[in-house]
Design a binder for this molecule. Structure first.
Ligand code: SAM
Length: 275
């Protein structure tokens, strides 16, 4: 039975509040699994199973899929849509509310995250995995196009922000494909894109990446202000902040969005040197 017929059979009501726009095109779903680099030995964690269409495509390529969703109205739908798929397990829990220990208990070992997620959980979800000590190899997300552009943005571009720098501190991000709005059911009013983030352990060796991330957050808190003013607002003394910016190689009136992840690592070092 077609997925839309299964949803109809169980009188499923799409919830806008949960970002329930589902993908149904099997070629596209397989292409997303391929973009995520899913291989036969992989454990994949899917966030937002929906009607199980992506879950099925991932299961065809992976060793095991653990798919999370929070809408229990999907139980009968998933039972039918995933019938015969032996290597997929559905967990009805909010992944953002699970501790690292709980997640590791459920997942078992190293894993890749694949998700087609609503706009409002993109940043918390990417940060959840980027900042954890979990053995996560990559995160591949289908998100609103504008959000995708922010995730991969280079320093100095209008799309660049705290999330771009934070992702770049931990790995390499790229857009793998565009997904036009007409591919979703129901059709949303925005286009999407697939972003793959490969985490690179020790991308900046001997660096406290968590502390640099916190610095990035502080430096983007007031986007219209200079880096110097953001550092002062974060509690650094004016002279110390001025000196660190100069030693990092930037003019005194530079704004936070000019600095790349590597520059933030340098700035963090200078701020600590001028202690
Ligand atoms: N993967 C399916 C697809 O590609 O068609 C469904 C994607 S749909 C855009 C997003 C799904 O995420 C919905 O089924 C929604 O219930 C679920 N969701 C929303 N917030 C969630 C959360 N915090 N944790 C897990 N799932 C969530």
């Amino acid at each position: 039975m077609e997925i839309l017929d299964i949803l109809r059979k169980y009188s499923f009501v799409f919830k806008k509040s949960l970002g329930q726009n589902f993908l149904t095109d099997s070629q596209l779903l397989d292409a997303i699994a391929r973009d995520a680099g899913v291989e036969k030995t992989d454990t994949v964690v899917e966030i937002g199973a929906g009607a199980g269409t992506l879950t099925r495509a991932l299961a065809a390529r992976a060793s095991k899929v653990v798919a999370f969703d929070i809408d229990e109205a999907l139980v009968p739908v998933l039972r039918e849509s995933l019938a015969g798929v032996e290597n997929a397990e559905i967990v009805f829990r909010d992944v953002l509310k699970c501790s690292d220990e709980e997640l590791l208990g459920i997942i078992g070992g190293k894993f890749k995250v694949v998700a087609n997620i609503p706009y409002y959980i993109t940043t918390p979800l990417v940060m959840r995995f980027a900042e954890s000590s979990l053995p996560v190899e990559s995160v591949t997300v289908t998100v609103q196009k504008e959000v995708a552009e922010r995730l991969v943005a280079e320093a100095g571009t209008p799309e660049y922000g705290a999330i771009s720098a934070t992702v770049a501190l931990r790995g390499d991000a790229r857009i793998t494909r565009d997904v036009p709005r007409r591919m979703f059911r129901p059709v949303p009013n925005v286009d999407s894109a697939v972003v793959r983030i490969d985490f690179v352990r020790d991308k900046f060796p001997a660096t406290d990446v968590g502390a640099v991330s916190e610095l990035v957050r502080q430096c983007f808190r007031m986007r219209r202000k200079t880096l110097l003013n953001n550092l002062i607002a974060a509690g650094y003394g004016k002279e110390k902040a001025r000196l660190a910016i100069e030693r990092a190689g930037f003019p005194a009136d530079v704004r936070g969005e000019r600095l790349s992840a590597k520059d933030y690592v340098g700035l963090y070092g200078e701020l600590n040197l001028t202690e």
